[in-house]
Design a protein around this ligand. Structure first.
Ligand code: CTP
Length: 403
């Protein structure tokens, strides 16, 4: 168990997501870790220290000046001790202070003093703040210094629902990412994904009838983005090929934006020459208008018949590198297992991820998914309904056996 006899510092900065850190503190403690919680002054306004003390059974530290547990200069002590520091939530302000190397409270002093240790941050903030180039630059800076990041996700924020990321990852996902980091420890080469080149496709594609009208589908891209982020968190060198989506690409990976199925085909073909794995989670449009009008077709022309032709089958037409692991998806609306098995064979897939578009909570436009993974030798793994990021991790757990 990665947490038994491990010392974890849980740094909590001031955002509404603080309440979720209570669940995280409890899970870490239950898993056998010694958890020292460090609250910023703002965090202590959201959740009182006594809550974390009750959950961890340890004194909570909030100030540079206190002598908690008989420890003078607590930040220097803590800098030597912990195996892992988790910052959850990591607010925009905390990330800015850490990126600047400031040490104006206990948490930032600790982060500065233990610059060589493992740090996992779970950003949480307003979606505009997350999209701001200042925050992007701060995250890049911290990543270049070895920080690991999980999230943020899109979904409900304090201001209401948002399609853009800002919401802190769920405690269970942070716990899983922390477990993985501890297992890899100072030897990230242990992850089977470490250094592997992984191409992930995501989202729909769009085919134009004329300059203002398109054929597309309701894919949100969330499953593909979650897979790309999960592979990167495991140390893979990830390129995300994304159709048009509302999502902000996760920090720390290369993204190529495409619009049509043919563009996606060209992008993927250009990348797979050196890839170790291809995960085709995109939902490319299967049809496009046989002819495109260069000008907007006026409505006053009345009804018309549109002739469609098939777009290229990206997986079907791919020239593959020998040994590359290929994962496809099968979105079905009935007879799922049989269809998925035949796609696996016809498209020469190592794994196929089957989901049913008619099942509540699965498929397009939702933040959860329920999938069945089919693999070599008749392997079949049925997963329960889970958040897409958790589904992504479970898929990678299965697929990594082929790497
Ligand atoms: N796919 C692809 N090229 C396309 C369409 C789909 O490579 N033009 C990929 C998808 O990304 C997915 C897999 O093929 O990984 C299966 O996609 P799906 O839409 O389920 O199957 P189709 O090939 O479109 O077959 P059908 O419409 O007959 O179900």
């Amino acid at each position: 168990m990665p947490f038994s006899h491990r010392h974890v510092v849980l740094g909590v900065s001031g955002g509404i997501a603080c309440y979720k850190s209570c669940f995280l503190a409890r899970r870490l403690t239950e898993a056998g870790a010694t958890v020292d919680v460090v609250l910023t002054a703002a965090a202590a306004e959201f959740v009182r220290p006594v809550t974390f003390e009750a959950l961890t059974g340890r004194p909570v530290l909030t100030s540079l000046w206190e002598r908690g547990g008989g420890r003078a200069l607590a930040h220097i002590d803590l800098a030597k001790e912990p195996d892992l520091v988790i910052v959850a939530p990591a607010t925009a302000n905390l990330l800015a202070r850490a990126a600047m190397g400031m040490a104006d409270d206990l948490l930032t002093a600790l982060l500065l003093a233990r610059a060589r240790r493992l740090v996992l941050a779970a950003p949480a903030m307003n979606d505009d703040m997350y999209a701001n180039p200042a925050t992007t630059a701060n995250i890049k800076t911290l990543e270049s210094r070895g920080w690991h990041f999980i999230g943020p996700e899109s979904g409900a924020l304090a201001e209401g629902p948002s399609e853009r990321p800002g919401r802190m990852s769920e405690p269970d996902a942070i716990f899983a990412a922390a477990a993985q980091l501890l297992e890899q420890g100072d030897n990230p080469g242990k992850s089977k994904w470490s250094g592997k080149r992984v191409v992930v496709t995501a989202g729909p594609t769009r085919e134009h009838l004329d300059p203002v009208r398109v054929i597309t589908n309701p894919s949100s891209g969330r499953m593909g983005y979650a897979l790309a982020e999960a592979a990167r968190a495991r140390g893979a060198d990830v390129v995300l090929v994304s159709g048009p989506t509302e999502l902000t690409p996760p920090a720390g990976l290369k993204t190529q934006h495409v619009e049509t199925t043919e563009q996606m085909q060209q992008a993927v073909q250009g990348l797979v020459g050196s890839a170790d794995a291809l995960i085709m989670s995109a939902a490319p449009a299967d049809y496009r208008p046989a002819t495109q009008s260069a000008k907007k077709r006026p409505r006053s022309n009345g009804a018309f018949t549109l002739e469609l032709e098939a777009t290229p089958d990206i997986l079907g037409s791919l020239t593959r590198r020998k040994g590359m692991v290929v994962v496809g998806f099968a979105l079905e609306t009935g007879n799922g297992l049989a269809n998925a098995r035949s796609k696996m064979q016809n498209k020469a897939l190592d794994y196929v991820i089957l989901n049913d578009a008619t099942e509540p909570g699965a498929g397009f436009e939702v933040t959860t998914n329920r999938v069945t993974i089919l693999g070599p030798g008749g392997k079949q793994v049925d997963l329960p309904l889970l958040p897409k990021r958790d589904v992504a991790d479970r898929i990678l757990d299965v697929v990594e056996e082929a790497l």
